[in-house]
Ligand binder design. Structure first.
Ligand SMILES: Nc1ncnc2c1ncn2[C@@H]1O[C@H](COP(=O)(O)OP(=O)(O)OP(=O)(O)O)[C@@H](O)[C@H]1O
Length: 333
C-alpha cells in the first residue's frame, strides 16, 4: 500500500501539497486539468524529484528519499521510451538482466508477461514493427517485469488516436485488474479515469479537491468545479437555484433528476445531433438545462413537459474556488 503524507513541492507560481492513499491491488487515477500538478506528483513518487516536505510510505516503510531504482516502482511514460534496437522480448527482459536474474527465471517471467499482455506472437519484433497499442503493452510488461511494489502510468493512452484509445482503455483495465500491484494513472480525461480506476483523486492547483470511486465523485461532486470538470452540465448558481425554487446555494441537477414527457412546460432552445444521442437545450423556470437522450422529434421552438425529482438534486458547496469555469473543463460538449 502507498501512503503520501503532506507531500509538497513548489515551483515559481505553483505549490503542490498532497496526502493520499492507494490500497494494494487498487488503481488510483490522478485526474486534473493541465498544470494541476499530476506529473510533478508522479515524479516525486518515482523519486525523479525530491519533495520539500512530507513523506512517502510504501508497504510500511518510508521511501521519501530512497533512490529511484531502490524503490521498486514500475514506470510507464507517455512515449513508452522503449529501446528501439531491442526486440520485444529483450525490451521486457532488460531490467531483469540488469538485476541479474538467472536465465530460467527470466524465461518463466517473460512467458507470464507475454501471456498477460498477449504479446507472444510479437516477441521477436522491434518497437518500430509494432502498433501503438502493442508498444503500450510492451512498456507495461517491462514496467511489471521485476514485480514492482507500485506501478506509475503517465498518460498511458495520451499518444494514441481516439479509436485506439478506446480499445486500449479496456485492455489496460483488464491487465490492471489482473495484477495485484497498486497503480497510479495520470490522466486529464475523465472518461479514461472512470474506466480504469477504482479510486479517483481530482487535483487542482496542486491540491486534491476530492477523492472517491468514479460513482461517488460523479453522483456527489463536492462543488460546481468538480461537477463541471466531470462533465455535468446542469449547474445552478445560488441565484438560479432560488429562481427555480431551491434554497439560495449552488445545486446540481444530474440527468437522473430530470424526466421529459410529463410535468411543467419547458421550451426547446437548441437541438444537437450527437450520433448515439440527441442533445437538447431547454429553458425551464427561466434557467437553461441541457439533456441528452434518444431522439424525441423535438425541434427549437417546441415545448415539452419536464419534471424534476427534487430528491435527486445535489447540494453543492459554495465558496472561493468552488465555482465552475468552463475553460478548465476537459472537453467541450
Ligand atoms: N521543473 C519545473 N520547473 C518549474 N516549474 C515546473 C517544473 N515542472 C513543472 N512546473 C510547473 O508546475 C506546475 C504543475 O506542472 P505538472 O507538469 O505537474 O502539471 P500536470 O497536471 O501534469 O499538467 P499536464 O496535464 O499539462 O501535463 C505547472 O505550472 C508547471 O509549469
Amino acid at each position: 500500500m502507498l501512503r503520501l503524507v503532506g507531500l509538497g513541492k513548489s515551483y515559481p507560481g505553483f505549490r503542490l501539497r498532497v496526502s493520499l492513499e492507494v490500497e494494494a491491488g487498487q488503481t488510483l487515477a490522478l485526474l486534473g486539468p493541465s498544470g494541476s500538478g499530476k506529473s510533478t506528483l508522479l515524479r516525486l513518487i518515482a523519486g525523479l524529484e525530491a519533495p520539500e516536505v512530507g513523506e512517502i510510505w510504501l508497504d510500511g516503510s518510508e521511501i521519501t528519499f530512497l533512490a529511484p531504482e531502490a524503490r521498486r516502482v514500475g514506470l510507464v511514460f507517455q512515449d513508452y521510451a522503449l529501446f528501439p534496437h531491442l526486440s520485444v522480448w529483450e525490451n521486457i527482459a532488460f531490467g531483469l538482466r540488469e538485476a541479474r536474474w538467472d536465465g530460467a527465471s527470466i524465461r518463466q517471467r517473460l512467458t507470464e508477461l507475454l501471456d498477460l499482455t498477449h504479446l507472444g506472437p510479437h516477441a521477436q519484433k522491434r518497437p518500430h514493427q509494432l502498433s501503438g497499442g502493442e508498444r503500450q503493452r510492451v512498456a507495461l510488461a517491462r514496467a511489471l517485469a521485476s514485480r514492482p511494489r507500485l506501478l506509475l502510468l503517465d498518460e498511458p493512452l495520451g499518444a494514441l488516436d481516439l479509436k485506439l484509445r478506446n480499445e486500449l482503455l479496456w485492455e489496460l483495465r483488464a491487465i490492471l485488474r489482473q495484477t495485484e500491484v497498486p497503480t497510479i494513472v495520470v490522466t486529464h480525461d475523465q472518461s479514461e479515469a472512470f474506466v480504469i480506476a477504482d479510486q479517483v483523486a481530482l487535483l487542482r492547483n496542486g491540491a486534491v479537491v476530492q477523492t472517491g470511486s468514479p460513482e461517488q465523485l460523479f453522483r456527489n461532486p463536492k462543488n460546481a468545479w468538480v461537477a463541471g470538470f466531470l462533465g455535468h452540465r446542469n449547474l445552478l448558481s445560488a441565484q438560479q437555484s432560488q429562481q427555480v425554487g431551491l434554497p439560495a446555494r449552488p445545486h446540481l441537477l444530474p440527468p437522473e433528476a430530470i424526466t421529459l414527457g410529463h410535468g411543467e412546460e419547458a421550451r426547446v432552445e437548441e437541438r444537437v445531433f450527437k450520433g448515439f444521442v440527441v442533445g437538447l437545450e431547454l429553458v425551464w423556470r427561466g434557467c437553461r438545462l441541457y439533456l441528452e437522450g434518444p431522439e424525441l422529434g423535438l425541434r427549437p421552438g417546441d415545448t415539452v413537459q419536464l419534471q424534476v425529482d427534487w430528491s435527486k438534486v445535489v447540494v453543492l458547496e459554495d465558496g472561493p474556488g468552488a465555482e465552475h469555469t468552463s475553460l478548465e473543463a476537459p472537453r467541450a460538449h
